[in-house]
Design a protein. Sequence first.
Length: 267
Amino acid sequence: MKKTLIKILSLTLVAVLALGVIAGCGAGKVELTILDTEYAVEEYAICVAKENTDLLDKINAALVELEADGTKKAIVDKYISGVANDLVFQQDAEGKEELHMATNAQFPPYEYYENEKIVGIDAEMAAAIADKLGMKLVIDDMEFDAIITAVQTGKSDMGMAGMTVTEERLQNINFSNTYATGIQSVIVPVGSEITSVDDLFADGAAYLIGTQKGTTGDIYAEGDFGADRVMKYASGNEAVQALVTGKVDCVIIDNEPAKAYVAANNK
């Protein structure tokens, strides 16, 4: 994503994440921090099966409307800057055709569980799109690397999970217009020898890198540093736990989840 979403996560989100991240207390606690230097800048979009061009056109049209009427900004501001709003979607969805969205609800603030319900930027944006299409949103939670297959096979209508447009993915699916931007960041323990992204690329560097399997951070890291240096985990939370327990030296993940995981761990 080519710009940074200006972000301050709400206290509610941090409290939820604190339940899932190791947050030891007292002596010996591992404090985490995010490097100042960016690892990668990306764009997020919605994936749709190649043959489903009609749905893709409708999604793009809905995104244009949501941008024009300010809904997109209001959703992002709600989850990034903690701005209160009274947006309500899907209030009259019963009896309508279903729009299935494949996601991995382990990627706050884009998608995560709150009181057993999946919420976040993607969940709310998808609900707004469904309203524009006169459909009922159904969210299918699954492993991140299963999303494209679910869309290809028709199990889900679209995939929305902080997913970056890449040439490799475009071979199998189509993408909507971009709806969000962000950066890939590096989390390290406070006092780490890794003080900038350049340290990961230094001659002789052998730092182990934790990633969420199938994400662009994972793909980029393996391409840059080789499979031997990349430890893949099912979720960002598991990767951060591995960092806290010393199994890896850093974690590469989107900046918004990175901030949430660090805040929860350091609380």
